[in-house]
Design a protein around this ligand. Structure first.
Ligand SMILES: *[C@@H]1O[C@H](CO)[C@@H](O)[C@H](O)[C@H]1NC(C)=O
Ligand SMILES: *[C@@H]1O[C@H](CO)[C@@H](O)[C@H](O)[C@H]1NC(C)=O
Ligand SMILES: *[C@@H]1O[C@H](CO)[C@@H](O)[C@H](O)[C@H]1NC(C)=O
Ligand SMILES: *[C@@H]1O[C@H](CO)[C@@H](O)[C@H](O)[C@H]1NC(C)=O
Ligand SMILES: *[C@@H]1O[C@H](CO)[C@@H](O)[C@H](O)[C@H]1NC(C)=O
Ligand SMILES: *[C@@H]1O[C@H](CO)[C@@H](O)[C@H](O)[C@H]1NC(C)=O
Length: 447
């Protein structure tokens, strides 16, 4: 009993509860061994209690069912993905695994991971925001659904895999931008209501589940960029004002709730992605200027409030992503260039040289995908669309050590204009989006 309590404590405190589908494993027991209406922790508890008889489990959040597996050592394929552990083995190895990193495993087999459907959102939505709250829940807000612009918001609880409605924003917002402030509140900025471009901003208080207006931005914007600066202020730049594409930028001070203009970019940029370096400077590249897709890049210095041009990308890009990779290098991926050519290319920007260097290309062209920074400098790109406007169901991972991409399992649903976020325990969470004209409320996770 003592041992059981200790092991469970480890599992729960690490919160790296990662369950991969195990192929070719032998399903043990009969129907009595399939548990309904259980939490993930209850399933793990049952596995630990079995004292080695149950060596792995599948937990389905959709129907809260667990399936237990015994080990058929010669046939289990375990392929580890990311810095998270995927399988539960017997008690003596459990402890070691939670202390080990991905590269050293107590055995030589590999685990197969895959995308797993989790609870659906209450409404289909695309171009919404998704924010990971400090309590681990995911807040999605706004977006569009079959032509309707949404103000409503809902919360995903990773421990149950279910969504519950929470307070609605004061106004419908799509292609708005959000950040989680250092005090845990979520700031939603700008966006498009379906008729108007917004200068307003509002704060979500996770403790009350309500939204309240805060100061207005000086400029209305949607499709702008946003970054939380190291000093806790929120930095927005570019976007469309409702009449022009803008190069303006401004800062929000959470202490006063006031927006102040800061230096403008050298060009207007619509959908400018950004990355922040450890010295606090913000790199912005590409986007639509109002006339062309640009290959230019510039750096914002929060200390001086000014922008400096830096090396240009090798390709003009719009609908691309920027992600911090290893060693303070930034990876730019995909997008569309001025000839209408969709990019599979990727480039790395080094803060020390200020130069972009082409690195390995993705397996396919990709626009409007989502990118997440994983552990060890790896970057995953998810979904998006290709040059025939088809939503993509593929995802691939860039490894800085090999400069190459590895395509992983297909998503269960092809998506563009979806959201993607990394949960606190390393789980990738993908919600909503569009697939070829339709909107989806489906959600899936990858461990
Ligand atoms: C699971 O819980 C639901 C709702 O409480 C209930 O309707 C259902 O019968 C339960 N399923 C089983 C197999 O116990
Ligand atoms: C629970 O859901 C999973 C995934 O949808 C499915 O494979 C499994 O058969 C379901 N379990 C039961 C007992 O219905
Ligand atoms: C493991 O499973 C495979 C495929 O189901 C089977 O052929 C093999 O005999 C099993 N091995 C053991 C040791 O049970
Ligand atoms: C637990 O698993 C490890 C590795 O799979 C094995 O070496 C060890 O003998 C197992 N212990 C028990 C009690 O089954
Ligand atoms: C990052 O820098 C360290 C130290 O210079 C080096 O050992 C490592 O290989 C670099 N990693 C990558 C992915 O370039
Ligand atoms: C992934 O999806 C693509 C496109 O739909 C399809 O061609 C491919 O066969 C799928 N791969 C797997 C492993 O299912």
């Amino acid at each position: 009993m003592w041992r059981l309590v200790i092991l469970l404590t480890i599992v729960l405190s690490v919160d790296c509860v990662v369950i991969g589908r195990i192929q070719d494993a032998q399903l043990i027991g009969d129907d009595n061994e399939v548990w309904f209406n259980q939490t993930r922790e209850q399933c793990i508890c049952e596995m630990v209690k079995s004292n080695g008889l149950i060596l792995a489990l599948n937990y389905f959040v959709t129907n809260q069912t667990c399936q237990f597996f015994s080990l058929n050592a010669t046939n289990i394929r375990l392929e580890f993905f990311m810095n998270c552990l995927v399988i539960y083995v017997n008690q003596s190895t459990l402890l070691n695994m939670f202390q080990s990193t991905t590269s050293t495993l107590p055995f030589t087999t590999t685990t197969q991971t895959e995308w797993i459907r989790t609870g659906d959102m209450t409404v289909p939505r695309s171009s919404h925001s998704a924010s990971v709250l400090s309590n681990g829940q995911v807040l999605v807000a706004g977006g569009t659904s079959h032509g309707v612009y949404l103000s409503n918001a809902e919360l995903y609880d990773p421990s149950t895999g279910l969504w519950t409605p929470t307070g609605s924003m004061n106004v419908a917002r799509s292609v708005h931008r959000t950040v989680v402030l250092s005090n845990g509140n979520v700031l939603a900025t700008g966006g498009y209501t379906g008729t108007n471009c917004l200068s307003s901003a509002e704060l979500y208080d996770a403790s009350t589940g309500t939204w309240t207006y805060t100061g207005n931005m000086n400029v209305a914007r949607h499709g702008h960029g946003i970054t939380l600066l190291l000093n806790g202020k929120v930095f927005v730049f570019g976007g469309f004002t409702g009449s022009v594409y803008t190069n303006t930028a401004e800062l929000y001070d959470p202490a006063s709730g006031i927006w102040t203009n800061t230096g403008s970019m050298s060009v207007a940029r619509y959908f400018p992605p950004a990355s922040i370096f450890s010295n606090g400077k913000v790199l912005v590249s590409g986007g639509y200027t109002g006339s062309i897709y640009t290959n230019t890049a510039e750096l914002y210095n929060p200390t001086t409030g000014t922008w400096t041009s830096t090396g240009s990308m090798n390709f003009a890009r719009y609908g691309h992503t920027l992600s911090m990779s290893s060693n303070e290098t930034v990876l730019v991926v995909g997008g569309i260039d001025n000839s209408g050519y969709y990019e599979s290319t990727a480039e790395l920007y080094s803060s020390s040289t200020g130069i972009w260097i082409v690195t390995g290309s993705m397996s396919i062209t990709r626009f409007g995908h989502k990118a997440l920074e994983l552990t060890n400098g790896k970057v995953i790109v998810i979904g998006g669309r290709n040059n025939i406007y088809s939503a993509l169901n593929s995802a691939e991972v860039y490894s800085p050590s090999t400069s190459n991409w590895k395509t992983i399992e297909n998503l269960t649903v092809a998506r563009m204009y979806h959201s993607a976020c990394l949960l606190s325990n390393g789980i990738i969470h993908v919600s909503g989006g569009q697939l070829n004209g339709d909107y989806t409320n489906t959600v899936e996770v990858h461990y």
